[in-house]
Design a protein around this ligand. Structure first.
Ligand SMILES: Nc1ncnc2c1ncn2[C@@H]1O[C@H](COP(=O)(O)OP(=O)(O)O)[C@@H](O)[C@H]1O
Ligand SMILES: [Mg+2]
Length: 269
């Protein structure tokens, strides 16, 4: 039994998810028990194919567990979870809409009136540093700008919890660091709860309050580690922070057997 705490917002209890394929049943995650507190950044870390995206899909209510239970704010997730905003691995920006048009989508879906919508879009674009690109189309943006746009759209949904699937995956190291720092600042200022998937150990150690390490196929929780860093942290200084080094090394040690294991056979994103 896990001990459920008052401030646990997302609770997975002994969750197994299997997929039926024409040939066989495939188990993606097995017996996963994990919880995320309100206001916490939980990093889901593990190699490709260990079920990280499946966990986000279960939290979003896009999938139902084969066994076990997923609770959100005390209730089983049944159908689409209206409290979460989800940034999937592909950013899915609409190519025929400008940056501001993309960011406005959740506000249009929520039927906000035109003036309120415009005001919020302007605010969000300023927040992610894209106000000079409001009228650009996605194909005119760099990779980093696309991510910022997707992030602004995510925030436009105004949900208490963010699910992010390798959001900064394809970016160069410096840009990634800048976006991570901005992301962290945003999460803290809005007190967001975050489930953040990555396979990047450095990123996990930089952003985590809690790091859930997955191993194996089917994926299972190997360890849950609390970050040694304070909630407020300067990502630009982590390179010289011994606590960060120790944490990163601990994560490497946990993941090394999987990372050096056999090449995955199934497609894993
Ligand atoms: N809808 C599905 N049908 C069949 N197999 C799936 C489905 N979704 C995921 N899987 C399989 O489950 C495993 C875990 O997938 P996923 O959660 O995407 O892992 P990760 O995000 O850690 O790379 C993979 O082997 C994947 O092929
Ligand atoms: Mg994935």
């Amino acid at each position: 039994m896990i001990e459920v705490q008052d401030d646990d917002l997302v609770i997975f209890t002994k969750v197994t998810k299997s997929f039926q394929t024409p040939a066989a049943s495939y188990t993606a995650i097995r017996d996963v028990t994990v919880s995320v507190k309100r206001g916490e950044i939980a990093i889901l870390l593990g190699p490709s194919g260990c079920g990280k995206s499946t966990l986000l899909n279960l939290t979003a209510g896009l999938l139902t567990p084969t066994q076990g239970q997923v609770l959100y704010d005390g209730r089983p997730v049944a159908g689409l979870n209206p409290k979460v905003a989800y940034m999937t691995q592909q950013d899915h920006l609409l190519p025929w809409r400008t940056v501001e048009g993309n960011v406005a989508v959740p506000l249009e879906l929520a039927a906000r009136d035109r003036a309120a919508r415009d005001e919020r879009v302007t605010e969000l674009l300023a927040l992610v540093g894209l106000k000079d690109f409001a009228n650009s189309y996605p194909n005119q943006l760099s990779g980093g700008m696309r991510k910022r746009c997707a992030l602004a759209r995510l925030l436009a949904a105004d949900r208490e919890t963010l699910l992010l699937d390798e959001p900064f995956g394809a970016l160069d190291a410096q840009l990634r660091l800048t976006l991570q720092a901005e992301f962290l600042r945003l999460c803290r200022s809005l007190n967001l709860t975050v489930l953040f998937v990555t396979h990047d150990i450095e990123e996990a150690a930089a952003l985590a309050d809690k790091c859930v390490v997955f191993q194996g196929r089917p994926g299972a929780v190997a360890r849950v580690l609390a970050s040694p860093l304070p909630r407020e942290r300067d990502l630009m200084r982590l390179r010289v922070d011994p606590r960060h080094h120790a944490f990163t090394n601990e994560l490497w040690d946990l993941l090394a057997p999987d990372l050096t294991g056999p090449t995955p056979t199934a497609t894993a994103h």
